[in-house]
Design a binder for this molecule. Structure first.
Ligand SMILES: Cc1cc2nc3c(=O)[nH]c(=O)nc-3n(C[C@H](O)[C@H](O)[C@H](O)COP(=O)(O)O)c2cc1C
Length: 205
């Protein structure tokens, strides 16, 4: 197989900070999803605990707390197993993560009653985690590109517990070598739809 060209992740220095109509908290404006990660970086136990605590204290419907997490640090068999379940494009760079966190939602309660907001709540817990990570100087890149059945089997999950994303946790490294196409994305400004395009209209009377 041809080895893709590799380039340093930083490229030209273009700010990734969100361009906002009014100033935002720097933890929100500064968060982004890098692929260039320091393959030698180790998460401390305190950092990992802080991220999971941030998720744990998220709000949820009826306080059901449907989020579930499985953590694997780089160098462990669990990490290798999750990495192998990632989509090929994600495997190109995610191997340098300091840890993976598989995030799943428990979509039914102990009595079998469906939890309609389980996925919403779990996304919200991850959002909290990403802000705490920014505070800790860590990067989070969420991945939906992975084999859910394979990860569910790895964790021996019951059918109501649904894997949603794999989080790559690590420290950004602008010098990390990446395939050319991915390296270019590390230095392009972040884009969003205009705020106006997100607003819906309620009846005036
Ligand atoms: C649910 C979800 C799934 C995602 N899946 C992938 C993925 O498989 N691979 C990837 O490189 N990025 C993935 N991303 C990252 C998004 O592409 C990224 O958040 C988006 O482009 C906005 O960029 P920003 O986070 O830097 O602001 C995912 C993000 C979310 C929230």
């Amino acid at each position: 197989m041809r080895t893709p060209l590799r380039h340093a992740a930083g490229g030209m220095t273009v700010s990734k900070t969100a361009v906002t109509a009014v100033p935002l908290h720097p933890l929100l404006a500064g968060r982004w999803s890098p692929r260039g990660l320091d393959a030698a970086h180790e998460l401390t136990d305190a950092q990992l605990t802080a991220l999971l605590e941030a998720a744990r204290w998220a709000p949820s419907a009826n306080n059901t707390q449907p989020w579930r997490f499985a953590v694997a640090r780089r160098g462990t068999p669990g990490f290798a197993a999750v990495r192998d379940a990632l989509a090929p494009g994600n495997q190109l760079w995610a191997h340098a993560a300091s840890a993976f966190v598989v995030v799943a939602a428990e979509t039914a309660g102990p009595d079998g009653a469906p939890r309609p907001w389980a996925v919403y709540d779990t996304g919200q817990a991850v959002a909290h985690l990403t802000v705490q990570a920014e505070h800790e100087g860590l990067a989070v890149h969420q991945l939906g590109g992975f084999d859910r059945d394979r990860v569910a089997a790895l964790l021996d999950l019951p059918t109501e517990v649904v894997p949603l994303v794999v989080l790559t946790l690590g420290r950004r490294d602008a010098e990390a070598e990446l395939p050319e196409v991915l390296a270019a994305r590390e230095s392009t400004p972040r884009q969003r739809m205009p705020l106006d395009a997100l607003l819906m209209t309620l009846p005036a009377e």
